[in-house]
Design a protein around this ligand. Structure first.
Ligand SMILES: C[S@@+](CC[C@H](N)C(=O)[O-])C[C@H]1O[C@@H](n2cnc3c(N)ncnc32)[C@H](O)[C@@H]1O
Length: 301
């Protein structure tokens, strides 16, 4: 390119950014996180609000579930190795996965995974300041689970339980991506005692508004598919529900009764944790078994 080209009117596009799931989430949060957002992200948040949704409230409670779920897994379940798939832009005003895990364990490992190169760049920069070697960032797509598993086996000890986090990410896979097979493939690779942390947008409380939200996202170039409770529950096939099972995220082990009293129709997001049984425990996926999970369905997550 010659110097003359650089001064041509078309050299600086008027709208250099399209939206992405990571920046949309940052825009919905607002506050310090909102510094990562650009006009197309903010316009999309406004569009979702015009459908009667409350993106800021949904983002707040989704992220708060993240904190409580990781804290519970690290402290109560004693797991010190995490794979955070769809980790998103590092939060500025809330704990990120590795800070929560590090508060619970002297020795820990977190593999952060996202398919957005901007997330990888931000995460790389942030993690330079955390414990060297304890955090790893991988730019990879959930639809290629073997790439994620290969890296996880390199940086984690698969002789010990591993927590796989799929928080706010499966919504970005449509049924054509066969998300249930992907989750099953990931879980099958984990050692016994491992667990799955999952949150997912649902259309159960406002089917038309959520359908229109997914259409709005599609017009902005983001494929998305909210799912019913039944479809989200199937992600936990073969796992034992931990605690309350699959519930609206703000009602999962709440530490603030006022927040928990919000109607689920304002949050539109389910969350839960399932653990992989040890061989010594009843296998809920055993075919022909007589336990509560017989026939391929785990417990009532
Ligand atoms: C709503 S944010 C969730 C962030 C974080 N997990 C949380 O709960 O706070 C969704 C993230 O998933 C990532 N994502 C979307 N589709 C993905 C895919 N197919 N593979 C990997 N990451 C993906 C996006 O780039 C984005 O960072």
């Amino acid at each position: 390119m010659t110097p003359q080209d650089l001064t041509a009117p078309h050299a600086v596009p008027q709208r250099p950014y399209s939206t992405t799931p990571a920046r949309l989430y940052a825009a919905a949060h607002g506050g310090p996180e909102g510094r990562d957002a650009y006009p197309p992200d903010l316009e999309l948040v406004d569009g979702l609000a015009r459908l009667g949704l409350d993106p800021a409230l949904i983002a707040h409670h989704s992220r708060d579930f993240h904190r409580r779920a990781v804290t519970h897994t690290a402290h109560a379940l004693g797991i010190s190795q995490f794979v955070d798939i769809g980790c998103g832009l590092p939060a500025q005003s809330r704990p990120n996965t590795h800070t929560t895990v590090a508060a619970a364990h002297a020795s820990w490992r977190v593999l952060h995974v996202d398919n957005d190169p901007v997330v990888r760049a931000h995460a790389d920069a942030l993690l330079r300041t955390s414990t060297p070697g304890a955090t790893t960032v991988l730019e990879a797509d959930l639809r290629d689970p073997d790439i994620i598993l290969d890296r996880a086996r390199e940086v984690l000890d698969f002789g010990e339980p591993v927590a796989v986090m799929l928080l706010g990410v499966l919504h970005y896979l449509t049924d054509a991506d066969r998300p249930h097979n992907i989750v099953r493939h990931l879980v099958d690779a984990l050692p016994p005692g491992s667990c799955l942390l999952l949150s997912h947008t649902t259309r159960d409380y406002a089917p038309r508004a959520i359908q229109r939200a997914d259409e709005l996202l599609a017009r902005a170039g983001i494929q998305a598919q909210a799912r019913s409770r039944e479809a989200v529950t199937r992600f936990f096939d073969g796992l034992t529900p931990d605690g309350p099972g699959l519930v609206p995220v703000h009602q999962w082990r709440p530490d603030d009764p006022a927040s928990a009293a919000l109607p689920a129709s304002r949050i539109h997001t389910y969350g839960g944790i399932g653990t992989k049984p040890s061989p010594a425990l009843p296998a809920t996926r055993r075919s022909g078994g007589s336990g509560p999970g017989a026939g391929g369905r785990g417990g009532s997550v």
